[in-house]
Design a protein. Sequence first.
Length: 531
Amino acid sequence: MQDILRHWLFRRGFYRATLRGAVPTTLAEIDLGTGQGDAARGAIMAGGDLPFGGQRIAIASGVWSTDDPALRRHLHGFQWLDDIAANGDAEAWRRGRELVVSWLASENHWQSETWRADVLGSRLFRWLRHSRHLLTLDAGPSQAFLKSMAEQARHLVRVADEPTGQTGGFAAARGLLGAGLVIPGLTRARGRGQAALMAAIEHQVLADGGHISRSPAVQARALRQLIDIRAMLKAAGEPVTGSLQNAIDRMAPVLRLWRHGDGGLALFNGAIVDDAAELEALLADAVGPGRSIRNAPHLGFQRLKAGRTLLIVDAGAPAAAETTHAETTHAGTLSFEMSIGRDRLVVNCGATPTGDPRWRNVLRATGAHSTLVLDETASMALDGSGGTTPRRPRDVRAQRREIERNQLVEMRHDGYAASHGVIHHRDLYLAAGGDDVRGEDRLAGGDRPSPFAIRFHLHPGVRASAAESGSVLLRFGRSGGWRFRAAGADLRLEESIYFGDGSRRNTRQIVLDARHDGAETIVKWRFQKEN
């Protein structure tokens, strides 16, 4: 009800009058950086298209009113100005200025989605960051640009605590602090930004440095926003609080936990591989501890590394629905990914960057992850069903042991307890030399026979062939050959899909089929390097 009343108020003409005030004639010269844009994307924009989600969107007069919510937020957040800055071409900047003028002409009024705290905070920060280039507009548009920034900042002061976006508090704080430091007369924005920042850190950053969403992609975005805030404060000669620096120092090692040998992110909870160079630059900017952590107990992830072999394991409960978004809450409990050096072997299927509804729940389902699926049922409710308490794993446990450099993680989850009365146990073992990976999946409990499948999705670069011995030979990259064997289930190779780089690619998966019919069912499997 409160939101309905607020939105009714924001739509009224008299509310816009309350945002008016002194129009700045100049801005403080504070270096807000140029961001981690991509020059190639900037070149595409110079040519008249906006790259988004693996597609090119024609920049036309009606581009602001797109029906795609993800594209709409991206457009109105103006993150793409960083790409134009990375390109630096005069034609790219001309295109950027045209879009700002177009936005001022048609979108410079409150709208529920494009004026919410996170989108507005992103837009305001990008306008401030690139104002030197954008203020080469003619006198009329320049005055409208400065006037709009001041009015948007005054509105953001009032709505900074809106629970929008997974890093909304950080985005709002960054925009407010930028406005308070750069726009004369907006000192209130600075104080409001500091308060929003402290509240967001307390709410979103877990004790081990993980982001509450449990998503590698969101972790990277939140860390970038905090680093931007720190750099902005330093450039303005303002003190950097201990809470801000501590959050950066804790979050950077967790982001490293999620990186494979190729430098990209593991595919958990809405993440795609992402650009390795951008991630490296982000971590370099953090200037925190250079090593990843092996165990994030509050986040619920494990990293096992021996020799050239790496396993990254989701050993925690899914994020609570009220703290995250559906796109980044996947039913992948106890799933894992495996890489050898720079070559990925076992993966999850990934996610579409646009949140395409045709694929969203398919890629969120347990079957799109390298773990066990009971009775073709996801280990959590994907559509919010289940009444006031949606079905999801709640009791998820993990214990890590290391014996003579051999690593073992013993895990369990109760995601199938409510629907089938079954508990899933999974043990993962990595030998000290890194050439032997063993797993055991065990189902306990239940009062009716239920089929299950254990899936190992393979990276598209892996060549898999069934051998006469009932094993699977795996060849990939420079890593030579590995062999997969299993006991207690029927083994088959099946087609799969891979969205790791944001677009669909065909690949294969190893599937172990069995039936749980009794107090306990055990399936053992093994990846072993061929001599």
